[in-house]
Design a protein around this ligand. Structure first.
Ligand SMILES: [Zn+2]
Length: 321
């Protein structure tokens, strides 16, 4: 039952975006130059630019299209577009996982009730174990991960089991802080895909954004000087949506505001994306230079009820100089 529901959803998304791509082919030179099959219904993966026909909606092969949740399903994002299986599985899940870990650590550091992290624990500088640590009512709880077959853990177990812990116990623990850079790239991925889902191929079929795509697909390489995340608290953005930044003039761009919801918190995130005529590297270089004194930006909210996928030329107008 679920499989057929997902298939229906994939067909629906394929139709919507392939229709938009059909319009793009007539207008955008980059696309027209490419020798594409003379098939009316084509879908271009917004990340790797591989071209798919409707056959790719059948799952199973590696060359298929999958529903992409933006933000990820675990952050309660919705399935709003398709990406190819490779882009969804590979970079996507790696980035999503890091983002989720990062949010968990943030919640733990803020002592949110119910937050938990995996950590490495040392008791009295001697006994070592991995553990799940939770902030619960009344304090921090440790759930040690004891392996009965490990000699080291046997000792730990015998001490804990017999209740022979000295009255004063020194417990220290450490845990990994996820790499902030990777977290910012996962924000960039979410923003880029959200912009695509609203504005379609009018936005992404451009060489200027190529470095963003490469950065998303290869997060360990350093391809961009920064990633456009700005703190929503400083700018009073409390509504998700896509905005057009009008001032400062040299930073004319898109601002994507989105929600990330975990079981414990709701967070807004804002990411600036260059307009398609600009080279992404140059744009983020300017953002980097301005960042410390970027105190005021003015934006226009794109009408959430207007269908830019249907109205391709309107999308182009918004995105032009
Ligand atoms: Zn792809």
């Amino acid at each position: 039952m679920k499989a057929s529901k997902n298939h229906k959803k994939r067909v629906e998304l394929f139709r919507k975006f392939s229709n938009n791509f059909q319009k793009a082919r007539e207008v955008i030179p980059l696309v027209a130059e490419k020798p594409l099959p003379d098939n009316k219904f084509l879908y271009v993966c917004p990340l790797c630019f591989k071209v798919f026909n409707e056959g790719a909606l059948n799952q199973g092969s590696n060359y298929s299209l999958t529903i992409e949740h933006v933000p990820s399903y675990s952050l309660q994002g919705k399935g709003i577009l398709l990406t190819c299986k490779e882009c969804n599985n590979e970079a996507g899940s790696k980035l999503d996982k890091k983002l989720l870990d990062f949010e968990a650590v943030e919640e733990f550091n803020q002592k949110s009730l119910g937050s938990k992290i995996k950590a490495f624990v040392e008791i009295n500088n001697e006994l070592k174990s991995s553990a799940l640590i939770s902030n619960l009512e009344g304090g921090v709880h440790f759930k040690l991960n004891i392996n009965r077959d490990e000699p080291r853990d046997k000792k730990l177990q015998s001490i804990l089991g017999k209740g022979r812990l000295p009255s004063t116990v020194q417990i220290s623990f450490k845990y990994n802080q996820p790499d902030k850079r990777i977290v910012l790239i996962s924000h960039l991925r979410i923003a880029y895909l959200l912009a695509f889902s609203r504005l379609g191929y009018a936005y992404i079929l451009s060489n200027g954004l190529e470095k963003i795509r490469h950065q998303i697909l290869d997060p360990n390489k350093i391809l961009l000087p920064e990633f456009g995340s700005i703190n929503p608290i400083n700018y009073e953005f409390k509504r998700e949506g896509i905005y057009l930044v009008t001032t400062p003039k040299e930073l004319k761009s898109l601002l994507v505001v989105f929600k990330m919801r975990t079981s414990l918190s709701l967070k807004f995130q804002c990411v600036m994306l260059p307009l398609p005529y600009e080279d992404a590297f140059d744009f983020y270089q300017k953002v980097l230079l301005r960042n410390s004194n970027l105190t005021k930006i003015t934006c226009i909210n794109l009408d959430p009820n207007f269908d830019y996928l249907e109205n391709f030329r309107e999308a182009l107008k918004i995105l032009s100089k």
